[in-house]
Write a protein that binds this ligand. Structure first.
Ligand SMILES: [Zn+2]
Length: 622
């Protein structure tokens, strides 16, 4: 189990870093008064509604409602888990994250895994230098030294324990190698290198760290000798070898389990899958990673498009030819996670598939995953390649210009969708039209509200002449937060002021008489005051971070960005006044309680005294 990160540490961390720096490294911002503004990285927009407040250490988008502290930003933007976002910021600030109660300190473990995978990449790289046949393979595929370096390609030697011997210097390291997916084991438990006699493709995460590998078998099976040479189209697909969710087929099946010794056949890779990926590990989830994305971001500070292809070699060839926006999924169909990651990078995503049946099926799955992500401004396009061609072969034969031309002529999502749905439907008949509408309805319902959805519905109308009713999309639109100062209750006003300026809490002294007030929000106000007093120096972002997992998070975030007229002094005066009014209300409430009790039964002496004092106080203040 992961150890808990103390809240105190989160406070200190957020106090040390500046959210503006963190976001500025990822999003181009412009100074706007005291704040910074930018076009929102979380939704598509033409004019900036994304604001970062240095004073509050908080970001907020008035368009889509995205908001949070520097931690939240990293979680959303870099798609990190909470502890990883904290780790990332801690590294910046030169702090070490303390973990409470975690026995095994799993984060350190993760750090070790990264180091180990990096060492493995280096090892494979050195082996490539040492292997004439591996270098020859890349040469035959037309890769130059620069592109081999850019993708850090390597070679896993034709041996059962090359990596294990090189890096598995202790039992703990061997266990770690296994955890990293680099070792596998036979039925008798003997451990050996997962990747053998393969050219290696390191898979990097969005921070450029090696998290897994893909390996392509080097030795071509003798039986296929006649056909395989040069650009071997079908084997270029990383997709074909793995089936569904099952474990990857690894080429040790032919290994002789009785002796734990490889057979000659397996040694030559004769029975191995052509492409083999690392299994799922704590660091690697193939449904959430894209091969080449790191290199894309390195090559394109401003990214206008992404091109999703099927194989590692496709990605690399395209990059070498100058199409530096190519990525590939990792032996899986395009997932919704992928779609979200893709569209976070840019607005236009091209899916490039074989023109055959399998390719069209893969394209359809991609379409299904992107539909719920098709917010306005986003575009998905589909490019189908001629029979027997893949991007690798195509860019060789047609060059950059030819490939660009094909991209220009790519099929828009709408056309592909209605084309596929209408394939075996006679649109001249009423029956056919009804069937098309029937098929399209659940798909169109997944598109978020907006102009694109309206256009798709209009197109369906045009095709069928039927007015289609579609249920509301799954993703509801967030309303724009509106400041309504006139309608704010006192409690709400006090909370708003406090969230915007946590230091105001210092102006109060306990006990909080108003804590007894029976009004919505009072317990929250008390909690906030106590929190702010216990942790002086807390900024808005850090304060909200404490509530991130709570039901109140959303409401607090709205209050944090509500417009509040007047400067710091005005806010302080208003806060003190609000609290004073709340105390008065509390007295009145107590007075009412005592009077009600008095009507039903006799009061104790102490209560009578209290009542007299309250009456005097209320009278005195009117
Ligand atoms: Zn936004």
């Amino acid at each position: 189990m992961a150890g808990r990160i103390p809240e105190k540490f989160i406070d200190d961390l957020l106090a040390r870093i500046d959210i503006v720096d963190v976001i500025a490294e990822r999003v181009q911002m412009r100074k706007a008064g005291r704040d910074w503004s930018a076009r929102c990285p979380f939704h598509d927009e033409r004019s900036p509604s994304f604001t970062v407040s240095p004073a509050k250490q908080f970001y907020h988008c008035f368009g889509c409602g995205a908001h949070g502290s520097a931690i939240g930003f990293l979680m959303n933007y870099d798609r990190l888990e909470f502890p990883d976002a904290v780790e990332e910021l801690a590294k910046r600030a030169g702090l070490t994250v303390p973990y409470e109660g975690g026995r095994a300190a799993p984060r350190e473990d993760a750090g070790d895994l990264y180091d180990l995978l990096e060492a493995a990449a280096k090892f494979y790289r050195r082996q490539l230098d040492a292997s004439a046949s591996a270098r020859d393979y890349f040469a035959r595929r037309g890769l130059d030294a620069a592109i081999i370096a850019r993708f850090n390609l390597g070679y896993a030697p034709d041996a059962w324990d090359a990596l294990k011997n090189a890096l598995g210097t202790s039992a703990a390291r061997i266990a770690l190698l296994e955890k990293a997916g680099l070792l596998t084991h036979g039925e008798r438990g003997g451990k050996y290198d997962r990747f053998r006699d393969r050219v290696m493709f390191p898979i990097l995460d969005r921070r450029g760290r090696t998290i897994a590998f893909g390996g392509r078998i080097l030795t071509t099976p003798k039986t296929k000798s006649a056909t395989s040479s040069g650009t071997d189209a079908p084997e270029n697909r990383a997709v074909v070898e793995e089936s569904g969710d099952g474990p990857p087929v690894f080429d040790s099946r032919a290994q002789d389990a009785r002796t734990n010794e490889p057979t000659q056949d397996a040694r030559k890779g004769g029975s191995g899958a052509k492409y083999l990926n690392s299994p799922e590990t704590p660091l690697f989830h193939k449904g959430r990673e894209l091969f080449g994305l790191w290199q894309v971001r390195e090559a394109n500070p401003k990214l206008a498009r992404l091109i999703v292809v099927e194989g590692y070699m496709d990605v690399i060839s395209l990059h070498q030819a100058g199409v530096t926006q190519a990525v590939a999924t990792l032996g899986t169909a395009t997932t919704r996670d992928h779609a979200e990651i893709l569209f976070r990078q840019c607005a236009d995503v091209y899916f490039c598939f074989d023109g055959d049946r399998a390719g069209r099926q893969a394209a359809w799955r991609a379409l299904e995953s992107v539909l719920p992500r098709m917010r306005d401004g986003r575009q998905a396009l589909f490019l189908f390649l001629p029979d027997g061609e893949d991007p690798d072969s195509l860019i060789r034969s047609e060059g950059l210009a030819g490939f660009e031309q094909r991209l220009q002529a790519a099929t828009p999502l709408s056309e592909f969708l209605f084309g596929e749905l209408g394939k075996d439907v006679n649109l001249a008949s009423l029956d056919g039209k009804a069937r098309l509408a029937e098929r399209a309805r659940p798909l169109l319902a997944q598109i978020p509200d907006g102009a694109f959805r309206d256009l798709m519905l209009a197109e369906l109308d045009r095709l069928t002449g039927v007015q289609v009713q579609v249920a509301a999309a799954a993703a509801p639109q967030r309303p724009r937060p509106r400041a309504q100062p006139a309608q704010r209750s006192l409690v709400r006003a006090a909370i708003t002021l406090l969230v915007q300026q946590p230091a105001l809490a210092a102006a109060l002294q306990p006990p909080w008489m108003f804590a007894a007030l029976r009004q919505p929000g009072v317990p929250l106000l008390v909690e906030l005051i106590e929190l702010c007093r216990a942790r002086p120096g807390l900024a808005t972002g850090a304060l909200l971070e404490q509530f991130a997992a709570r039901d109140e998070a959303k409401a607090l975030q709205k209050l944090a960005v509500a417009e509040f007229p007047g400067g710091e002094d005005a806010a302080r005066a208003e806060f003190v006044d609000a609290i004073a009014q709340l105390e008065r209300q509390t007295r009145r409430q107590r007075l009412e309680d005592l009077r009600r009790q008095q009507a039903e039964a006799a009061l104790s002496e102490a209560q009578k005294q209290e009542l007299r004092e309250l009456l005097a106080q209320v009278a005195g203040r009117t």
